[in-house]
Design a binder for this molecule. Structure first.
Ligand code: PMP
Length: 360
């Protein structure tokens, strides 16, 4: 067996320890004589799995008591609709457009009400985060929406926007649990787990209790009403049980690593190795303004499409997988989520140096 260094943007690398544990428990989870995949979601064993997962993410993120944690399905994209359906009471919302995912969320919300795009970085191919200190926040906006880490373009908000008192909603799919956050600054934090936390199929929604009401837009399906899910503690119907179980294992792993402050330190160290190299390279160039660089997704280019393709191909042959940039931007992208070991980033930089020597 040979594991590669997997730089995929998602689904992405998971901690080896977690995968091994899951493998060990595949045939017989904790003396039950069955795998978690085969287990009733109403069983005591599964109840313990989901309760422990919730308690652990609450501890990791220091989630205040007046927030619910929901384990849902439909990926992050389902939330693009669920958010307006549940929260757009005045049928007005403000969106900050920093890439494809914010754009898609805004387009979806537009089906339900008026969307004001109050800032955008589209003018420079989303290579920066707009100044959000004094935006024209709409007086009647139900919320202000951001995508906090832009997976495709490699940008991240270093300070949250000044929402002038409006509820902040954030898609954190690609920076979930990568550093400490102050949950109380948000109305909703949500993300698909398939980048930093677990297998695709689970989306975690952390939502302030006062936003969970029966007063949703007419026609909102039962399943897509936060209240249904909150009242049933994420067990209204059969949940993505195996995915939740793996998320729970990753939470335990994160606690063992020292929690989110330790992860931030580690992620900064990892990203610095790559950014420092990019900043002095004569062949490769990072595509994002320095202040707004993501610790998780690092896009870079040579400026020559053929050379980019050669790099991706040779890197793959060297055991460095999934370095091709998103189909909408080209070039390369290294996603270096929590579970990417520092050795993976070192191996990537060593390979880039060699490639630079050979191709400059
Ligand atoms: N938001 C962000 C920031 C993403 O990176 C992605 C997926 N790459 C999505 C939303 C969409 O996620 P899903 O495929 O789970 O719907």
């Amino acid at each position: 067996m040979k594991r590669v260094y997997n730089f995929s943007a998602g689904p992405a690398v998971l901690p080896e320890e977690v995968l091994k544990e899951a493998a060990d428990e595949m045939l017989d989870y904790n003396g039950t004589g069955m795998s978690v995949m085969e287990m009733s979601h109403r069983s005591q064993s599964f109840q313990e799995i989901i309760d422990t997962a919730e308690a652990d993410i609450r501890e990791l993120m220091n989630i205040p008591d007046n927030y619910k944690v929901l384990f849902l399905q439909g990926g992050a994209s389902q939330q693009f609709a669920m958010i307006p359906m549940n929260l757009m009471k005045n049928r007005v919302a403000d969106y900050i457009i920093t890439g494809q995912w914010a754009k898609k969320a805004a387009a979806e919300a537009e089906k339900y009400g008026k969307v004001n795009r109050i800032a955008s970085s589209a003018d420079k191919t989303f290579s920066y985060i707009p100044d959000c200190s004094d935006l024209p926040v709409s007086e009647d906006a139900d919320y202000v929406y951001i995508c906090e880490n832009n997976t495709i373009y490699g940008t991240k908000y270093k300070t949250l926007p000044n929402t002038k008192g409006k509820t902040l909603i954030a898609d954190v799919s690609s920076c979930f649990l990568s550093e400490p956050v102050d949950v109380s600054k948000y109305g909703v934090i949500y993300g698909g787990v398939q980048k930093n936390i677990g297998p695709a199929g689970v989306v975690i929604v952390i939502i302030r209790e006062d936003l969970i009401t029966e007063d949703v837009l007419p026609g909102t399906p039962t399943m897509l009403t936060y209240k249904t899910q909150a009242d049933a503690k994420s067990l209204y119907n059969t949940p993505p049980a195996y995915g939740i179980y793996i998320c729970g294992k990753v939470f335990k792993w994160l606690k063992k690593q020292g929690g989110l402050a330790a992860m931030k330190e580690r992620n900064e160290k990892k990203a610095k190795i790559l950014y420092d190299y990019l900043d002095q390279s004569k062949l490769f160039k990072g595509t994002v303004v320095k202040e707004d660089r993501s610790l998780m997704n690092v896009p870079f280019v040579t400026g020559d499409e053929e050379l980019d393709a050669k790099f991706v191909k040779e890197a793959k042959a060297a055991g460095l997988e999934n370095l091709k940039g998103h189909r909408t931007v080209g070039g390369m992208r290294a996603s270096i989520y929590n579970a990417m070991p520092i050795e993976g980033v070192e191996a990537l930089v060593a390979f880039m140096k060699k490639f630079e020597e050979e191709n400059l």
